[in-house]
Ligand binder design. Structure first.
Ligand SMILES: *[C@@H]1O[C@H](CO)[C@@H](O)[C@H](O)[C@H]1NC(C)=O
Ligand SMILES: *[C@@H]1O[C@H](CO)[C@@H](O)[C@H](O)[C@H]1NC(C)=O
Ligand SMILES: *[C@@H]1O[C@H](CO)[C@@H](O)[C@H](O)[C@H]1NC(C)=O
Ligand SMILES: *[C@@H]1O[C@H](CO)[C@@H](O)[C@H](O)[C@H]1NC(C)=O
Ligand SMILES: *[C@@H]1O[C@H](CO)[C@@H](O)[C@H](O)[C@H]1NC(C)=O
Ligand SMILES: *[C@@H]1O[C@H](CO)[C@@H](O)[C@H](O)[C@H]1NC(C)=O
Ligand SMILES: *[C@@H]1O[C@H](CO)[C@@H](O)[C@H](O)[C@H]1NC(C)=O
Ligand SMILES: *[C@@H]1O[C@H](CO)[C@@H](O)[C@H](O)[C@H]1NC(C)=O
Length: 332
């Protein structure tokens, strides 16, 4: 037979567990990384010893105390100003997940706060958005989010734990070299634009949104930058003083575009010769998908790289590049 005293004792324990359950501290960490477990304590206990223990908090469950603040993969720091002591657990493994207690040593019963540590893999995500682009182009990556007033960022790879630290750009900087971040709060999307893409920009990216007391939220993007197809290079020798005709085939789908002959090492910043020099005249022959440029009298300064232009945006297509040389070797 249970005495009334026993029954009251059981009720008391049950009540205590209900109240302590409400005070459970939930902490989430990444496997392989570290996590901080912070517990606050009441005024007056600043000088008392603090500790972290596991499971039932028996003698063998004690992990670390402020009396010896670094042990194995545990370290502890007591901030007496903020009355928060923080235990750092590094090199997290799945066996580290589970129940912990933050304790304050005192005469009589110690003060406990329950901690529940959850571990998640340091990788992301089940769904990946694929984006395809070409060398030299600009491409935008859209990252949807839910929480409004938090920091947004993007990083390479798919490691959430180091993403913010290695961010290419954040919503605080907005522009960093070839990267720009635009935040559209109305639609809950931030967009990262990368200019002058190279093949090296291909790979995985993570969009991150910072959260205060929980792990940041991520979405994954896979960017594939393809070679800007396909430049056909031809070399031509010219003779100073003589006329020359350049042949420029162009992609049939450009038949209706404005045609131009452009000089410069790079197609992005070459200059149109036909509009700037009267010695150059252009004739389009849409039927053969090509145009010709006649130069009346070559000059030594005409040597260089030319691009047969049929799309001012230089969208993907087959283009012709002409290396003109030889004028200096010849005497008229
Ligand atoms: C844990 O706290 C330390 C000290 O404040 C900090 O340097 C470290 O980045 C924190 N680690 C994590 C995973 O938040
Ligand atoms: C603190 O812990 C280290 C490593 O376990 C041990 O070598 C050292 O004796 C301890 N110091 C004290 C004061 O307990
Ligand atoms: C302790 O906490 C206070 C208030 O949060 C902070 O200003 C201070 O830098 C912290 N001290 C240490 C040593 O972390
Ligand atoms: C691309 O990456 C490789 C290896 O990381 C490097 O050697 C090369 O210079 C990079 N190319 C460009 C155009 O950045
Ligand atoms: C490159 O241009 C030359 C001269 O116009 C032409 O004979 C050749 O077929 C072209 N090659 C390709 C792959 O288009
Ligand atoms: C242009 O001239 C150089 C030397 O003057 C010669 O080596 C080269 O083969 C010539 N190229 C063509 C396409 O005729
Ligand atoms: C032309 O563009 C290329 C690539 O975008 C760049 O490397 C080069 O410096 C530019 N040249 C000039 C004169 O702007
Ligand atoms: C370039 O030309 C090749 C050969 O004619 C063709 O197979 C390819 O589709 C063309 N590329 C583009 C982007 O038009």
């Amino acid at each position: 037979m249970w005495s009334l005293q026993n029954l009251l004792f059981i009720i008391c324990i049950a009540l205590r567990c209900v109240t302590c359950e409400a005070g459970v501290i939930h902490v989430t960490g990444y496997v392989g990384r570290e996590v901080n477990v912070s517990c606050s304590y009441d005024e007056g206990y600043e000088s008392y010893e603090k500790y972290l223990c596991k499971n039932d908090c028996g003698d063998s469950d004690l992990l670390i105390t402020t009396s010896n603040s670094s042990k194995n993969k545990y370290s502890i720091h007591d901030n007496k100003t903020s009355r928060i002591f923080t235990t750092t657990i590094s090199d997290l493994h799945s066996v580290d997940a589970g129940k912990y207690w933050c304790g304050v040593t005192r005469t009589g019963k110690d003060i406990y706060t329950e901690v529940e540590l959850k571990l998640v893999p340091d990788s992301c995500c089940d769904t990946v958005t694929k984006v395809q682009s070409y060398e030299g182009y600009s491409e935008s990556v859209s990252c949807p989010y839910e929480s409004q007033n938090s920091l947004k960022y993007i990083c390479r790879g798919n490691r959430p734990s180091t993403c913010l630290q290695q961010a290419l750009i954040t919503s605080d900087t907005k522009q960093n070299g070839r990267f720009r971040l635009d935040d559209d709060k109305m639609s809950g999307t931030f967009t990262v634009t990368i200019n002058s893409l190279t093949r090296n920009d291909s790979g995985s990216y993570l969009c991150g949104v910072q959260r205060n007391s929980e792990l940041d939220v991520f979405s994954a993007v896979e960017l594939e930058v393809e070679e800007w197809c396909c430049v056909n290079s031809t070399k031509i020798n010219g003779t100073a003083g003589n006329p020359l005709t350049l042949q420029c085939p162009y992609p049939p789908q450009h038949w209706d575009n404005r045609k131009f002959l452009c000089k410069g090492d790079h197609r992005n910043n070459c200059s149109d010769m036909v509009t700037s020099q009267s010695r150059f005249t252009l004739q389009d022959d849409a039927a053969s998908s090509s145009f010709t440029v006649k130069v009346t009298e070559l000059e030594a300064a005409d040597a260089g790289t030319y691009w047969c232009g049929s799309d001012s945006q230089w969208r993907v297509g087959n283009y012709t590049k002409i290396e003109l040389s030889g004028m200096l070797d010849t005497f008229v």
